[in-house]
Design a binder for this molecule. Structure first.
Ligand code: XMP
Length: 560
């Protein structure tokens, strides 16, 4: 780091050590010694921004992303960054505080990930959660040891210091969610225990602006957790809560105009929420400089083509190139039964058509994509997190490999629920904004075996009935996804006086927060009964309906 440009943190922003505490500078020495890091000087923030940001340092907990979501729900902008992120990447964000996430490691293992020392050197407030608390303890000279009893599940938190800013508006005891094996054997010098549970004498510890929580405040099983996180953001870090979707939209519109200038942008429209919001966003910023390409691969659900075209072209007045490529895709899919091969065929054909159409527009400089924050986090951490390829998710709208276009990704820092809010603020119809996610390869991966015109028609009809019944029962928005699958199984049935030998349709309905895990929805029997009876009566070629009652894992949401 260039020391000539280094800057000391102004005195007033330092935590003041009170009697009994040890100086922060002493902690720094201890932390550096333990981590073996060379001292660094903080560089002046590269572009200080007025936005209040809290950074979550990720140690790999399955809940890390939830922490960021909870903080954003408090109207404070939050980013999740890997634990080895260099200071140069953090400085421009001008953080108001750090949260150290949980994680699967043990701090006393030789290769355990630790917090970079700039966290301590910044003199900003720190909240360590679970493993994050153990990291704090270890790096600041305390002691962590394997617990005699592992603590998983509910515990009751009793506050011993009700005056802590972290506990404002909290009852003196409340349930919390624990998930840890190690425990704090000895707190770092100057720290005090603020709360305890039956098995954790130090469930919360603090020294001035540094806090450690042994439990997980970010999960729904800790009902007061959001209040604790809000207290940290507002009362400890001094945030005001000025991050709103409205502000985000205004900022982004300016940025898009600045980035694009007078150039042209293309965007693939799929009918899904993300591409719909991206297109509307860019259109609001630069109007006719945007052209959307809507490739109908013939694998969409009933009425999807008409609705998408009407919404974007007729109602919002966007330039749309519509390509009906159903026959082309169907030809390419002939004889293809392997799920990954189907994805490959659809993906490659899509890119070919997209390129052909984009080339007709003339010189185009930018490609708009609906990348969301979870994708960004996933790819940023893919080096440090073990991830096995389960399915290749071809995103229709993904960057064509050969095109040399600059990317615009206005949703890059948003979670799905925030994207929906943006869509609503931009005036997209509710029906479009609340659409359930739909896979890029469409119905091709919901037909087991070869995709044919006849099977597509059967599936569209069955899916239409399932969706309508679920909507009628007011369940559509509560479900992450609900749909029909056409299996390649045929079974015997009887209709009137006739024996039938027809297809088996499966219904899948799941709840989920992020599609990483999902539970099968306990749909009311009467809804299931109506779906089943209507499908066998109204869809020729189907004589049996089953309901999928497996969660993810071990299953996946889609059948292929
Ligand atoms: P799975 O089936 O892996 O799906 O549990 C998780 C989420 O991803 C969607 N999905 C896809 N989306 N291209 C996509 O754009 C794909 O190939 C694809 N496969 C699955 C799925 O609908 C669910 O929301």
């Amino acid at each position: 780091m260039d020391k000539s440009k280094s800057k000391q943190i102004p005195n007033e922003s330092r935590r003041v050590a009170t009697s009994g505490d040890i100086e922060v500078s002493t902690y720094l020495e201890i932390a550096k010694e333990i981590s073996g890091e060379q001292p660094i000087a903080l560089k002046e923030a590269i572009s200080p921004t007025e936005r209040e940001t809290i950074i979550v340092i990720d140690f790999g907990s399955q809940y890390s992303m939830l922490i960021a979501r909870r903080i954003r729900e408090c109207q404070v902008y939050c980013e999740l960054l890997p634990h080895d992120t260099p200071w140069e990447k953090i400085a421009p964000l001008n953080p108001k505080g750090f949260i150290l996430s949980g994680g699967p490691a043990s701090v006393y293992q030789p290769d355990a990930p630790l917090a970079p020392t700039y966290i301590y050197e910044s003199h900003l407030p720190i909240l360590g959660i679970c493993y994050g608390m153990q990291v704090l303890t270890h790096q600041l000279g305390g002691q962590v040891a394997p617990g005699t009893k592992q603590e998983y599940g509910h515990a009751i938190l009793h506050l011993s210091d009700v005056d802590s800013p972290l506990f404002a508006d909290l009852p003196s005891s409340s349930p919390v969610w624990m998930s840890h094996g190690d425990k704090i054997e000895q707190m770092p010098s100057g720290f005090q225990a603020l709360a305890y549970t039956e098995n954790s004498p130090v469930a919360v510890m603090a020294n001035e602006g540094i806090f450690g929580l042994q439990f997980h405040p970010e999960v729904a099983h800790t009902p007061e957790g959001k209040t604790i996180l809000k207290n940290f953001a507002y009362r400890v870090c001094g945030c005001q809560g000025n991050w709103t979707i409205g502000n985000f939209i205004n900022d982004s519109l300016d940025k898009i105009r600045e980035q694009v200038g007078k150039d042209k942008v293309v965007c693939a429209l799929s009918g899904g929420v993300d591409s719909a919001v991206v297109a509307t966003f860019i259109h609001r910023a630069i109007g006719d400089q945007l052209t959307c390409i809507f490739v109908n691969h013939g694998l969409l659900r009933r009425e999807e083509v008409e609705r998408t075209f009407n919404t974007f072209h007729l109602n919002l007045g966007m330039n749309i190139i519509y390509v009906d490529a159903s026959e082309r895709f169907l030809n390419q899919l002939k004889g293809v039964t392997d799920p990954e091969m189907k994805r490959k065929v659809v993906g490659e054909e899509f890119i070919k058509i997209f390129e052909e159409e984009a080339n007709k527009i003339g010189k185009v400089d930018f490609l708009a994509q609906g990348t969301l924050y979870p994708d960004v986090i996933e790819s940023a951490s893919s080096g440090s997190r073990a991830s096995a390829k389960i399915k290749t998710h071809h995103n229709v709208g993904g960057l064509p490999a050969k095109m040399t276009l600059n990317l615009i990704e206005p949703l890059r820092y948003l979670f799905k629920d925030e994207v929906r809010q943006v869509g609503l603020e931009l005036g997209l119809p509710e029906e479009m904004v609340w659409r359930q996610p739909f896979p890029g390869p469409g119905l091709a991966i919901r037909i087991i075996g070869e995709v044919t015109k006849e099977k597509l028609e059967i599936l569209r009809s069955a899916d239409w009935i399932a969706m309508n019944e679920i909507k009628k029962a007011n369940l559509y928005r509560q479900l992450w996804q609900s749909f029909a699958i056409l299996t390649d199984v045929k079974s015997v049935g009887v209709m009137g006086d006739y024996r039938t030998y027809s297809y088996l349709v499966a219904i899948r309905a799941v709840t989920s927060d992020d599609a990483m895990t999902a539970d099968w929805s306990r749909l009311p029997y009467n809804v299931l009964a109506r779906i089943s009876s209507r499908i066998v009566n109204e869809v020729p070629g189907v004589n049996r309906v089953v309901y999928d009652i497996t969660s993810k894992p071990p299953s996946t949401i889609e059948w292929e």
